[in-house]
Design a protein around this ligand. Structure first.
Ligand SMILES: C[S@@+](CC[C@H](N)C(=O)[O-])C[C@H]1O[C@@H](n2cnc3c(N)ncnc32)[C@H](O)[C@@H]1O
Length: 206
């Protein structure tokens, strides 16, 4: 009963959310598009011809933004555990990013070429137990970082969603050692009561 009430409440808030309405009007698949659009406007992450990997891509809001920024040139590889409807200019792989099999499949699609940006909006399925969700989220971040270090070009960009909490500071400090610059980004479309924030790292040093 409690669960039903909660999901009714979520649906009501979701349909009244101005970012959701805007996304529907402007043809974006999710309100998440506006987070990436704001960061792109401020930081110029992508340009035509880039090779970009979008982790945790479904339903496709970020991928839509990336293909537009790339002007349908370059390469966009998207991955998610969930299915995703096709987007023109995006190659989609479905599977669990944590498995070495999926990482190998992604790498094979690159045909040995370095990547300009690895972006990750991955979030674990929330259990509602804060410590468990935080640990799962940090584990995803670590896996994404290890992968990014393997495939990124030296001047590449790594943008990742991180939950504030246990492990956040250590992860941030590690990025500061590994990359030339690291910024914390909280775009307007990211709910102020959400623990999520984004870390933007540029130029691999090691
Ligand atoms: C917040 S949503 C991403 C929204 C997306 N960026 C957009 O703009 O539409 C987070 C996604 O991460 C995916 N995800 C979580 N863990 C994953 C994993 N281990 N492998 C692949 N995808 C994962 C979920 O399935 C979910 O679709």
């Amino acid at each position: 009963m409690k669960k039903k009430r909660k999901s009714r409440q979520w649906l009501q808030q979701h349909t009244q959310d101005p970012w959701v309405k805007k996304a529907q009007q402007e043809g974006f698949r999710s309100r998440a598009s506006y987070k990436l659009l704001e960061i792109q406007r401020q930081e110029s992450l992508f340009c035509s011809g880039d090779r970009v990997i979008d982790l945790g891509a479904a339903p496709g809001g970020w991928s839509q933004v990336v293909v537009r920024c790339l002007r349908y040139s370059g390469q966009v590889l998207a991955l998610d555990m969930l299915p995703m409807n096709p987007i023109n200019g995006v190659e989609f792989l479905q599977g669990d990013f944590k498995t070495s099999k999926m990482q190998e499949r992604l790498t094979n699609h690159l045909r040995g070429l370095a990547v300009n940006a690895v972006i990750s909006d991955m979030a674990p399925n929330l259990s509602g137990i804060r410590a468990v969700d935080q640990a799962r989220s940090m584990a995803l971040c670590e896996t994404a970082l290890t992968f990014a270090r393997r495939v990124l070009a030296q001047r590449g960009v790594f943008l990742i969603k991180v939950f504030q909490g246990e492990g956040f500071d250590e992860f941030y400090q590690r990025l500061k050692v590994l990359f030339k610059t690291v910024k914390v980004k909280k775009p307007r479309a990211s709910k102020s009561n959400s623990y999520e924030t984004y870390l933007l790292a540029r130029q691999l040093l090691q």
